[in-house]
Design a protein around this ligand. Structure first.
Ligand SMILES: NC(=O)C1=CN([C@@H]2O[C@H](COP(=O)(O)OP(=O)(O)OC[C@H]3O[C@@H](n4cnc5c(N)ncnc54)[C@H](O)[C@@H]3O)[C@@H](O)[C@H]2O)[C@@H](O)CC1
Ligand SMILES: [K+]
Length: 493
């Protein structure tokens, strides 16, 4: 599903108006969907308090208040400021015939349903004054909160908290989700998110051309590799995985296993001389090849027709490793997944890395977690005015790469501006070796010819789904098999 920034949502609103849906009617539908969710989800609440701000978010609140009162509930409205005279919100406030209290006098109770219609997409600065104090009181009282569009204090564009924010049990937003619903901390503050249809025609999206999606199979399933019956193993993608020294071979084996389970026809672990014996005792279907110097690597890639390579898991960060990473970047055109230690190696000489990337070759997928992202793109990481999506996009454009910016809310970004926010991750994936598996999944899909952005999005989703299936107590060794089943189902459907 497309994700719209608050600015794009304003555009949707104007386009809907041109298509004959007035803001007044959208506001009635928005307030109506809030009232419906309140009745359906919180039927046992004895009283309802609707907190209304000065803008259209408050307007939705007045509409919901009127409808809930008409259904027989005891409803009070508390407002921080009057809506602008002549606005749709003012018209909605006029249609509310009950009393209106000053927000400063509102005393929340634990058994109350609080409908938060203070601020939505229009939140422009940190919460302060009466609104902030009311938010603090609601949090202290522990009332059940249903947020209109966004919990007040959450930025719709970044999910960041602006000063203070409500913790909602449920958030009803309209037409399409916003980045603030999917990026942390906003995602956690929203509670369950309901995306309500308020009559904005989906056709407006053709004019808006959104470049951000929630990461879902609908976006990339068509591009998943479907091997033809006649394919032999090398036609199904040959993936090479670089191993580190003898004491650090497990990471490469996890990547290799993931690549094989995700459909690569052949997988070879490239090993430094000292790790050959350790790897040989562990590998069965996966092939093993020794490399000593960067030239060996180039020769192997060329002669054995490698389709994608993973470099980084357990690799090490010394001079020898640096030489390999640089050779891969300068002298080879094999699609690369650069993870973990290889990211650290690149970050040791940023000017060189970016100079090489000016040519745009080879196809590159970078998989940094927060710390690695900070090392590769320090200025972007420090820029607190940017959302995680914007940081990932700028990084992708700068590195001419697909960037998988990992975390609980992993963002995948391409250098052409497309981006996706992943939502199926689970805490069980925060385990040693999980990232190595992800790198192997990306390489397998790349090696089978899937375009890099789609391959990255698919790998992240499959990884998340595998984590959910395995659940409590999973180890990274469980993930490749689970990923295989997820992928098999995606392909067979
Ligand atoms: N865009 C659309 O298509 C629709 C939008 N609707 C509602 O309209 C909302 C957006 O309305 P608005 O653009 O009026 O924005 P809001 O109602 O979120 O807030 C805007 C008002 O708050 C003030 N303000 C911003 N930050 C403040 C702060 N920290 N402290 C005090 N005042 C602050 C602004 O100056 C402005 O007056 C959405 O969240 C949604 O609830 C719905 O009515 C239906 C359709
Ligand atoms: K709100």
């Amino acid at each position: 599903m497309e994700v719209l920034t608050p600015k794009e949502m304003g555009q949707a609103d104007r386009l809907a108006e041109q298509a004959g849906r007035s803001l007044w009617h959208l506001m009635q539908a928005a307030g109506g969907s809030v009232a419906r969710e309140a009745l359906a989800r919180f039927p046992d609440r004895r009283s309802v308090a609707v907190l209304c701000g000065p803008g259209n978010n408050g307007g939705d609140g007045y509409v919901a208040a009127r409808l809930l009162r008409e259904s027989g509930l005891a409803v009070d409205v508390w407002r921080s400021a009057e809506p602008k005279p002549g606005s749709d919100a003012a018209r909605a406030a006029d249609a509310w015939k009950g009393a209106v209290g000053a927000l400063a006098d509102f005393t929340p109770q634990a058994d109350m349903l609080v409908i938060d219609a203070l601020f939505g997409a229009g939140l422009a600065r940190d919460l302060d004054g009466a609104e902030r104090e009311a938010v603090e009181r609601v949090k202290a009282a522990g009332s059940v909160v249903l947020a209109v569009d966004l919990p007040s204090g959450v930025s719709g564009s970044s999910g960041e908290v602006m000063g203070e924010a409500l913790q909602a049990d449920c958030t009803v937003t309209f037409f399409r989700p916003k980045p603030g619903h999917l990026l942390y901390p906003g995602r956690a503050l929203c509670g369950e998110v309901v995306v309500a249809d308020i009559g904005i025609p989906a056709g407006v999206l053709a004019d808006i051309e959104p470049q951000l999606w929630a990461n879902e199979p609908a976006q990339w399933r068509h591009a998943l590799p479907r091997p033809k019956n006649i394919a032999h193993k090398y036609q199904r993608g040959h993936v090479a995985v670089f191993s580190g020294k003898m004491s650090a071979t497990g990471a490469a084996r996890l990547s290799a296993d993931a690549a094989a389970r995700a459909g690569a026809g052949a997988v070879t672990v490239l090993s430094p001389p000292d790790a050959m014996a350790a790897l040989a005792t562990h590998l069965t279907a996966t092939m093993l090849h020794r490399f000593d110097a960067p030239e060996d690597v180039l020769a192997f890639i060329k002669e054995r027709k490698v389709h994608a390579a993973v470099c980084g898991p357990g690799f090490g960060t010394g001079e020898k490793q640096k030489a390999v990473v640089e050779t891969l970047m300068h002298e080879s055109d094999v699609p690369l997944v650069i993870d973990a230690d290889a990211i650290t190696v690149l970050s040791q000489d940023l000017d060189c890395f970016l100079a090489v990337r000016n040519s745009g070759e080879p196809t590159l997928v970078l998989t940094p977690h927060e710390g690695e992202f900070g090392r590769l793109f320090p200025d972007l990481a420090e820029n607190k005015t940017l959302s995680k999506v914007e940081r990932a996009r700028l990084a992708a454009a700068r590195a001419k790469a697909v960037v998988i910016y990992k975390g609980a809310d992993t963002v995948i970004a391409a250098s052409d501006g497309r981006a996706a926010i992943n939502t199926n991750g689970t805490v069980w994936l925060a385990t040693a070796g999980s990232g190595d598996v992800l790198a192997g999944l990306v390489a397998a899909l790349l090696g089978q010819g899937m375009p890099p952005f789609e391959a990255a999005c698919a790998a992240v989703w499959i990884h998340g789904q595998a984590g959910q299936r395995e659940g409590f107590g999973l180890t990274a060794e469980d993930l490749p098999q689970a990923a295989r089943k997820v992928l098999a189902e995606l392909i067979s459907r």
